[in-house]
Design a protein around this ligand. Sequence first.
Ligand SMILES: Cc1cc2nc3c(=O)[nH]c(=O)nc-3n(C[C@H](O)[C@H](O)[C@H](O)COP(=O)(O)OP(=O)(O)OC[C@H]3O[C@@H](n4cnc5c(N)ncnc54)[C@H](O)[C@@H]3O)c2cc1C
Length: 394
Amino acid sequence: MSQHRDVVVIGAGAAGLFCAAEAGKRGRKVEVLDHAKRLGGKILMSGGGRCNFTNMYASPENFISQNPHFCKSALSRYTQWDFIALVEQYSIAYHEKTLGQLFCNDTAKDIVDMLMQECKQANVVVSNRCEVGDIRFEDGLYYVQSAKGEYIAPSLVIATGGLSMPKLGATPFGYKVAEQFNIPIIPTRAALVPFTLHEHDKSVLGELSGISVDASAGCNNTQFNENILFTHRGLSGPAVLQISSYWEPGQAVDFNLYPNGDLYEVLSKEQQQSPDAQLSTALAKVYPKRFVQSALPYLNVENKPLKQYQGKQLAQAAQAFMQWQLKPNGTEGYRTAEVTLGGVDTDYVSSKTMECKSQPGLYFIGEVLDVTGWLGGYNFQWAWSSGYVAGQAV
Ligand SMILES: Cc1cc2nc3c(=O)[nH]c(=O)nc-3n(C[C@H](O)[C@H](O)[C@H](O)COP(=O)(O)OP(=O)(O)OC[C@H]3O[C@@H](n4cnc5c(N)ncnc54)[C@H](O)[C@@H]3O)c2cc1C
């Protein structure tokens, strides 16, 4: 038997649950359908289990899209301060970790519980383990086939997210719906993702697994200054994840392994104070010893007593650390990526309501859209903001 609703939301992740609760508060009869076993799976996994739920400094500059203006309206109508107020209303304890990134003190489950409570209070029905099938549009209504039968609604919200982490339930469902209604997709690729290395780099750098150093990473006129982490598979850490969203296959990444000063000055001072010390000893005051031992031969820097270096030679040694260029082999892909770059073309979607311009009643929210945030709570803020504005419109 067909079931009539005002709004059907497909995808019970961050954006879908938030949108559903907002629509429910407006008196709309809302049903949320999700095929995953667990609701809010990505939220539970996020931020190392503590969910970096927003960023105090979130602004449109922290998002990547073919149309950088698209996110402005939603981000200003539902801001990070609005979400923080909600978190406080639920007495969820949180803290700033670094760079404005806000995390739960206890567990990401607090955020999922809050969203479920918001849905419950707004009489929203949320169903997991519910496969969704074909969608049909007829006479202003959407007909959605699902494991729970057919739903009919004038408003259909697609909140099925991106392709990252298929193990958590990610599918290309949203992109297929867009294609069905002739809405173009900006090509997708894994982002906020570790780099893999060519064999000659991996054989050396793989040995450094577990070591992290402060660094800036840059390419395509963008640079992030956080830290990088050597792993047995390649390179990770916040600066690497951030720059991966800007990197194109085949390009080199510029690393500065002494991003907050001048390594040459440090080494010159050491040369004056301890001329008999080896360069490696001086560098070991700046970097972990194991890193120095591998980095010197890898960067083709000779290790000898500091007094044997001419000024220019010492400058070259410093430069090797401050201007290290590395060509990644690729990325770890969707298996470990935090987000998906690209998605539903925002030129075809209203920035005020998230409704498709050419398809009345069809909405896209969250990561399925071509809006990708930096690392640091920005992606959840996009889920809340886009979910909110759609929730006011459906
Ligand atoms: C490991 C990890 C950690 C992260 N940490 C952070 C963080 O700390 N801070 C931050 O801001 N961002 C973080 N992110 C990114 C953030 O989780 C996403 O950007 C955000 O969840 C997107 O919200 P969404 O609602 O659009 O999609 P999702 O939260 O991915 O929800 C999509 C939902 O749709 C469902 N779905 C998919 N296909 C179908 C289908 N065919 N039928 C039915 N249902 C379907 C899925 O099961 C899922 O429940 C992290 C991502 C990962 C993978």
